[in-house]
Design a protein around this ligand. Structure first.
Ligand SMILES: *[C@@H]1O[C@H](CO)[C@@H](O)[C@H](O)[C@H]1NC(C)=O
Ligand SMILES: *[C@@H]1O[C@H](CO)[C@@H](O)[C@H](O)[C@H]1NC(C)=O
Ligand SMILES: *[C@@H]1O[C@H](CO)[C@@H](O)[C@H](O)[C@H]1NC(C)=O
Ligand SMILES: *[C@@H]1O[C@H](CO)[C@@H](O)[C@H](O)[C@H]1NC(C)=O
Length: 307
């Protein structure tokens, strides 16, 4: 029995040894005579094909006064590298290899609408998967703070639209041809894309668009249009109900008998208390809202109704 186990282990070690020897060969082959500073293509008048898509998406928060959306996501970039391809038969059928990202050229696709990107992995711990046919795939988990202009007119029953734009910073469309990545590869469950307690994610659609700059260069960008719906329950409890109550009490104040004695003072102090509670509620709204020129309809009603 012991002998069998020994033989078994020996064979396994041997196989693993051969495997890694071949991966090592691939790795050596890839890293000699490769310059990561040059776009890896033989005919430089052709663009490099690249795709971008995001897999999971979780909203962390929306900072309304600052008009930013903060979310956690994974950005998947794939591109075609003509220099790293290898011949499968010559390398014992090795299909793919995982190597440090810093060894290869990488398209400089960034989120141009972001204010800040926090990477969960430090630069030296990022790896890419290289296929024998030259397809390279990198997966970068990160937390992005994205600019998002809010339209608060229908607050608190509003729907917001935010654009998350991916674009290459230096290569125009004649150098990098950016497309939307294939989502069906990383089968998403409905749970992978979600909002938070306050915001429900309605949809998230990628769009490719081209535009020209004045110098005649053409640029390509991939935009994820994120639509979010606010859950109004919190504002209904904290804002609408108390306002309704204090307004009702205010009305009741009219029917308090007006006499020259004690009740008169009661009436004035009730009016003041109602005003005070209104001020507190308004303070809550003011802290939440961006300082734009369009007021929420609710605010307009409250401000102009008495006139
Ligand atoms: C490079 O591609 C362009 C555009 O397709 C083509 O006109 C040109 O002949 C190619 N050059 C070489 C060296 O293959
Ligand atoms: C790959 O390598 C095998 C064996 O070394 C060779 O017969 C074949 O022609 C090569 N294929 C290509 C596309 O270079
Ligand atoms: C978001 O992107 C879409 C598609 O590119 C565009 O039609 C829309 O105007 C953009 N919205 C904003 C707020 O920039
Ligand atoms: C996406 O990938 C799936 C599965 O690999 C494939 O069947 C489908 O044709 C691909 N779609 C596109 C647009 O490449």
């Amino acid at each position: 029995m012991a002998l069998q186990i020994f033989v078994c282990l020996y064979v396994i070690t041997l196989i693993i040894g051969v495997e890694s020897a071949n991966e090592f060969k691939v790795y050596k082959e890839l890293t000699t005579s490769y310059d990561k500073n040059i776009r890896p293509i033989h005919n430089t008048s052709l663009p490099t094909d690249a795709t971008v898509h995001i897999t999971y998406f979780t909203i962390l928060n929306i900072d309304q006064p600052a008009e930013t959306l903060r979310f956690m996501t994974e950005v998947v970039l794939t591109w075609h590298d003509e220099i790293v391809k290898w011949n499968r038969t010559a390398f014992a059928d090795i299909d793919s290899a995982i190597i440090p990202a810093s060894l290869l050229w990488k398209p400089d696709i960034i989120v141009t609408t972001s204010l800040k990107t926090d990477y969960m992995l430090p630069e030296e711990e990022r790896f890419v998967k290289v296929n024998g046919d030259g397809t390279v795939r990198s997966e970068t988990p990160c937390i992005i703070t994205n600019q998002c202009v809010l339209d608060i007119q229908n607050f608190p029953y509003d729907i917001q639209e935010c654009n998350i734009t991916f674009e290459s910073w230096v290569y125009d469309s004649s150098k990098i041809d950016l497309k939307i990545g294939n989502h069906s590869h990383d089968e998403l469950s409905s749970n992978d894309r979600k909002g938070n307690g306050e915001w429900t994610l309605l949809s998230m659609e990628p769009v490719v668009s081209h535009y020209n700059t004045v110098d005649g260069r053409n640029w390509v960008e991939v935009t994820y249009v994120v639509r979010l719906k606010r859950e109004p329950i919190y504002y209904t409890c904290v804002l609408l109900m108390p306002t309704f109550l204090s307004a009702t009490i205010c009305l009741l104040g009219l029917f308090v008998p007006a006499t020259n004695r004690g009740e008169r003072i009661e009436k004035v102090s009730m009016g003041l208390a109602t005003l005070l509670s209104m001020a507190v509620i308004l303070g809550i709204i003011a802290d939440e809202m961006p300082k734009t020129t369009t007021l929420p309809l609710l605010g307009t009603v409250i401000t102009y109704w008495p006139n």
